[in-house]
Design a protein around this ligand. Structure first.
Ligand code: NAD
Length: 290
């Protein structure tokens, strides 16, 4: 059974993954490039756990025990006693390949390597390692502590035992696994992003305003957020890059990114994180921009 887990990359996703693993009782080794990033990640986890304590999900003691189970480091050598490593580093294939090359000499022979990649084929990443049979995709959703789903993606060489160990770990984290084959954008993003892209086309073609489109989908389809609000939340650069992966990976024109989405990204209007996307976030309430 997986007991000690390494998490490489302590950004938004990596700190969320470390958070849920530690709360589930696993010992976590969290790695990033710099001590500053690791300090920031520990502070983020503490803030997020405080919020969950205030909501009554668990108490202060459980929180401090969980935080104590997380050790941070910048040296891959500490991964030597891990049963599994989840890589949640920046979404660049060359960088991920380099990370695998530098961690593999330290890993136990049967340690599982999982990648949290949103868009790079698992089979291709696996081929950059010495263990395609023990390599798998484990795609957590953002924000990790709140979202129930993990997409478990098997590459062409992933062994059945690896899949069942990772599904078992997902259950222990209190999350639900769904299996996805290794095709572009897996399941959730394959369906969600074309819907968002169509929302942008609906705006681009003047069918409705930002407010009309979001209200229509909230009240007419019972979506908790409208597609344009959701696009701003995800980040328009991320939305565009998923559409490009679908367009190139499936070679089908139905996935062509909306030119208005491209223009917004070129303008640096990336959504919430840049203060402006389909809404303007500079005031107390988001204001539609079209
Ligand atoms: P992020 O930029 O917040 O974090 C990435 C972290 O990786 C940074 O802290 C960076 O310093 C670190 N890093 C880079 N090179 C490294 C190296 N050589 N060794 C150790 N650490 C290194 O990005 P994120 O949003 O957390 O995304 C991480 C992964 O999760 C990506 O593969 C992304 O596709 C995937 N993902 C993201 C989301 C999301 O909504 N943000 C959702 C699901 C999956």
């Amino acid at each position: 059974m997986i007991q000690r887990i390494g998490v490489v990359g302590a950004g938004q996703m990596g700190n969320g993954i470390a958070h849920v693993c530690a709360l589930a009782g696993l010992n976590v080794r969290l790695l990033d490039l710099t001590d500053e990033q690791l300090v920031e990640a520990m502070a983020a986890m503490e803030r997020n756990m405080d919020r969950q304590v205030r909501r009554g999900l668990y108490d202060e003691l459980a929180k401090s025990e969980a935080l104590a189970r997380i050790e941070t480091n910048t040296d891959m050598a500490v991964l030597g006693d891990c049963d599994m490593v989840i890589e949640a580093a920046t979404e660049q294939e060359a960088l991920k390949r380099k990370i695998y090359q530098s961690m593999i000499p330290h890993l136990a022979d049967d340690a599982i390597i999982a990648s949290n990649t949103s868009s790079i084929p698992i089979t291709r990443l696996a081929s950059a390692t010495d263990r395609p049979g023990r390599f798998i995709g484990m795609h957590f959703m953002n924000p990790v502590p709140m979202m129930q789903l993990v997409e478990v993606i098997r590459g062409i060489a992933t062994e059945d035992a690896t899949v069942s160990e990772v599904r078992d770990l997902t259950r222990r984290l209190g999350k639900q696994a769904v299996s996805s084959e290794d095709f572009p954008a897996f399941i959730v993003n394959r369906i969600l992003l074309p819907m968002i892209n169509e929302g942008v086309y609906t705006l681009y073609e003047g069918v409705g305003s930002v407010e009309a489109i979001d209200t229509a989908m909230k009240l007419g389809a019972n979506h908790p957020m409208g597609p344009l609000e959701l696009a701003d939340f995800i980040g328009l650069d991320t939305c565009l890059s998923v559409m490009q992966v679908l367009y190139e990976g499936l070679a089908d024109s139905k996935y062509r990114p909306c030119p208005l989405l491209v223009k917004y990204v070129e303008a640096g209007w990336l959504g919430r994180k840049s203060g402006r996307g389909f809404y303007d976030y500079s005031g107390p309430d988001p204001v539609p921009t079209r």
